[in-house]
Write a protein that binds this ligand. Structure first.
Ligand code: CDP
Length: 132
């Protein structure tokens, strides 16, 4: 079983979303950025590496957010809360990034603009934003 780790990154009280460019079924939709955990890495290490590579940011990784979401029989997606500690996100592999507050996140979810797996965490994300 492989894991994909996604970061619910909070900066200045807002949540970071990144717009996917591939595959075609999710291209244009917004996700919590992250990627696959490599052999020998912890989830935290993988998330810090992916966010550095994809966005050039440093984060402090916190607790697991919500429940894991099965992607395929051999792949599961796990979200971790994280705080931005350094840098300003520059999309290297995404088409754009944006910082959102709860109302915007809710509108995006209602319009189906989040990748389907991440939409399962909507309530957890709203709760995370409420305490920041
Ligand atoms: O770049 P890498 O192959 O490590 O990972 P990825 O392509 O970003 O993500 C692997 C899989 O997880 C893809 O099928 C993504 O669609 C999915 N994913 C997701 O559903 N939600 C996220 N927040 C991140 C990845």
């Amino acid at each position: 079983m492989r894991e994909v780790v996604a970061g619910a990154v909070i900066g200045d009280g807002r949540l970071l979303l990144a717009q996917r460019t591939y595959p075609t079924d999710v291209a244009g939709l917004w996700e919590l950025p992250g990627g696959k955990v490599e052999a020998g890495e912890t989830r935290e290490q993988a998330l810090r590496r992916e966010l550095g590579e994809e966005l050039g940011i440093e984060v402090r990784v916190g607790r697991q957010l919500g429940d894991p979401v099965p992607l395929r029989a051999d792949l599961v997606l796990v979200a971790l809360a994280a705080d931005l500690i350094k840098g300003s996100p520059r999309p290297e592999e995404h088409s754009a990034v944006r910082w959102v507050e709860t109302p915007e996140l809710e509108s995006m979810a209602a319009r189906g603009e989040l990748v389907p797996a991440d939409a399962a965490w909507l309530d957890d994300l709203i709760e995370l934003l409420a305490v920041r």
